[in-house]
Ligand binder design. Structure first.
Ligand SMILES: [Zn+2]
Length: 298
């Protein structure tokens, strides 16, 4: 007699035929148990192998998770964060004595109305013509700054759909002398001092500063630029390329200049991202230097 209950779970492989002995039935059941156990063990092993990499990805890399938290806190939804070179350094304890603020060849040189370049007619020896979307006058900047501006232009084209025009880069002592002289004759010294620099006091003389506009701007060197597509994008993204807006609104007492939405200064990515993370808006404040609202020698 066939015990259908015992044959029921055995499946197709161990079907019994009428007349089989109970010992054969027991043997079939034993072999079935072995097969089922083997199948279960194999499935378990496959699952383990598949799961291990997933588990490692989840908790094995604190750097990746910290970066994700960092970036998700920023209002940069439109950015391509797959470019990891653009992520801010996680170490925010930047050594602020790393570069000189006095040496005019330093990327952290601080030049303002109280801090002229020394020597006063200093000029860089590594000037490159800046390769951006529009550079009608062949403006030049120091090599690293020019390369960074080139990268920023490429990113603006990619992410914003429009590139950068450079209106002004390096200006020599002699060139600044001519410019300031013309402004002074036209508007008087007091007015000229609010929007232009006396020769030897211009950040443009370091080769690290530039005046930027859209490629087809409604106006040049105007603060409407701050609300333009490119102006807004730069405020959010210039740090990724080592640039900071040097003369922000409300900082005239410290920097000595009215807001200049178009004037950007190259300081390198570590300092630019540090300033953003620490919400510091002027180089004077970064380095604990005195406010420079006016020239010390009127
Ligand atoms: Zn400028």
């Amino acid at each position: 007699m066939i015990d259908r209950r015992s044959s029921a779970p055995t499946g197709r492989r161990a079907q019994l035929r009428p007349g089989q002995h109970p010992r054969q039935i027991a043997e079939y059941r034993r072999q079935l148990r072995i097969r089922l156990t083997t199948i279960a063990m194999t499935l378990l092993a496959v699952l383990m192998i598949a799961l291990v990499p997933l588990l490692e990805r989840g908790d094995g890399n604190p750097t990746t998770e910290a970066q994700s938290a960092e970036t998700s806190a920023e209002p940069h939804e439109q950015l391509d964060w797959s470019d990891t070179s653009a992520l801010p350094p996680l170490d925010t304890d930047l050594d602020l004595t790393l570069h000189s603020t006095d040496d005019p060849s330093s990327i952290w040189a601080v030049v303002n109305k109280a801090r002229p370049l020394t020597p006063i007619d200093w000029q860089p020896d590594d000037l490159d013509t800046v390769a951006v979307s529009v550079n009608g006058d062949g403006e030049r900047m120091r090599r690293d700054a020019a390369a960074a501006l080139h990268d920023m232009d490429a990113a603006a084209q990619r992410e914003l759909g429009q590139g950068i025009q450079i209106l002004s880069g390096f200006r020599s002592y002699q060139r600044q002398q001519a410019l300031y002289g013309a402004y002074e004759r036209r508007d008087g010294q007091a007015a000229a001092d609010r929007y232009s620099s006396r020769p030897g006091h211009s950040e443009h003389q370091t080769g690290l500063a530039c005046d930027i506009a859209e490629t087809q701007p409604p106006c040049e060197l105007c603060n409407e630029f701050a609300q333009s597509g490119l102006g807004t994008w730069l405020q959010q993204n210039s740090w990724r390329f080592g640039f900071v807006q040097r003369y922000e609104t409300g900082q005239e007492q410290t920097t000595g200049y009215m807001e200049e939405a178009w004037h950007y200064r190259y300081v390198g990515v570590p300092l630019a991202s540090w300033m953003r993370q620490h919400d510091v808006h002027t180089l004077e404040k970064v380095f604990g230097l005195p406010d420079a609202p006016d020239y010390t020698n009127p």
